[in-house]
Design a protein around this ligand. Structure first.
Ligand code: GLY
Length: 369
């Protein structure tokens, strides 16, 4: 089974801020200030942070929330995936109870993907659900994790296995937070940004593919806004990932496998870079399976090479990667189902592939890397 998506991105772009209550830049700051002032005064409210966002981003919000600071408590977790656990979620619920949180309490998630996934999960289960807002501080969280209502914690080493669909009431994107990020993290997020471009095609892909990355790797505001608009357009159509939302997994079937293999050999790889390599390998598979043209394939490689050096993949690694791909959540009835591009802005999902297809794709990838 496969399905084709051609997104009406032009339509989305007309009024990109009006969707899904994602506020950007000055408007976000203004709306957030108004929100802080209108929070129910008798209830306690919370800002979830990690040590990074507490140190570098929270001071930026202090002026906005000063007027109600007596009602606001800071909840701090350690940075990193380890905090995305049921134990941390339970601890947060208990602390909120001790601090007299009630049904009208509001939670603000100020941080990257770990904070928004964890905080969203806590908000979805605490007293069967309280209101929450995301204030993403990483590029990856701005264009992906903070939008779309997927919340999750990990089950041991298995990522995002315990979670809910529970959207934030609004998302406030303040691009100045990106200045606090290490270059490595920004580069990695470009993997997802390139993916959004490929899914959308059209003008947005033109802009992404022609962008000359300057040394900071901070994208232009406009590019961030449009990337968010692509994600919003997809999740609005299919919030529970029954069909269309699967397109957001472009590059991820191989990317997750590559990430898993790197982790096993104790050389962890940033998620977005694994996705970027996945975009190249999967485009090679799409060349054989869906007739993606050689010219388009070359453009994908050219754009990805701006953010990372593409490693050669050894033949001996193919069966290991295949094992990881067999464990992918998108599969059904023992088949590896991928999301592949037939053209810029045209994506098919649920495309079955075999280890032979993978091998062919990797051989072509190695010749272009
Ligand atoms: N990060 C993929 C999604 O939100 O569906």
């Amino acid at each position: 089974v496969s399905a084709l998506v051609k997104l009406p991105i032009a339509l989305v772009m007309k009024n990109k801020n009006a969707f899904y209550s994602v506020f950007f830049g000055n408007k976000a700051r203004k709306k957030l200030g108004e929100l802080f002032q209108s929070l129910p005064q008798k209830s306690k409210h919370f800002i979830l942070v990690d040590s990074h966002s507490l140190q570098h981003c929270y001071p930026n919000l202090l002026e906005l929330e000063a007027r109600i600071s007596q009602n606001i408590e800071i909840l701090e977790v350690n940075p990193g995936e380890k905090s995305k656990s049921i134990a941390t979620a339970e601890m947060l619920c208990k602390v909120m109870l001790e601090l007299q949180a009630d049904k009208h309490s509001v939670l603000f998630n100020l941080g990257g993907g770990v904070v928004s996934d964890l905080g969203g999960f806590v908000a979805s289960v605490f007293k069967r659900g309280i209101t929450y807002y995301n204030v993403p501080t990483s590029l990856l969280a701005m264009i992906d994790a903070s939008v779309g209502g997927k919340t999750a914690v990990n089950a041991g080493m298995y990522k995002n296995q315990i979670g809910t669909f529970y959207p934030p009431k609004a998302v406030f994107v303040l691009p100045e937070f990106l200045e606090t990020l290490p270059k490595k993290e920004l580069k990695s997020a470009w993997g997802e940004l390139i993916k959004h471009g490929l899914i959308s095609g059209g003008i947005f892909w033109d802009e992404v593919s022609k962008t000359r990355l300057h040394s900071s790797f901070i994208p232009q505001d406009d590019l961030i806004e449009k990337a968010i608009a692509v994600k919003v357009a997809v999740v609005k159509k299919d919030p529970y990932e029954e069909n269309l939302r699967k397109v957001l997994n472009l590059g991820h079937t191989f990317g997750h496998a590559f990430e898993g293999m790197a982790l096993n050999s104790k050389k962890p790889m940033p998620h977005g870079i694994a996705v970027a390599i996945g975009l190249c390998v999967e485009s090679c598979i799409a060349y054989y399976k869906l007739g993606l043209t050689k010219e388009n394939l070359a453009v994908v490689f050219q754009v990805v090479k701006r953010i990372c050096v593409l490693p050669q993949i050894e033949n001996t690694q193919v069966p290991i990667l295949w094992q990881f791909m067999l464990a992918d959540k998108k599969n059904a009835e023992g088949e590896v189902l991928t999301v592949l591009l037939s053209d810029f802005g045209k994506v098919e999902w649920k495309v079955p592939i075999s280890i032979h297809d993978l091998q062919l794709g990797i051989t072509l990838y190695n010749s272009l890397a």
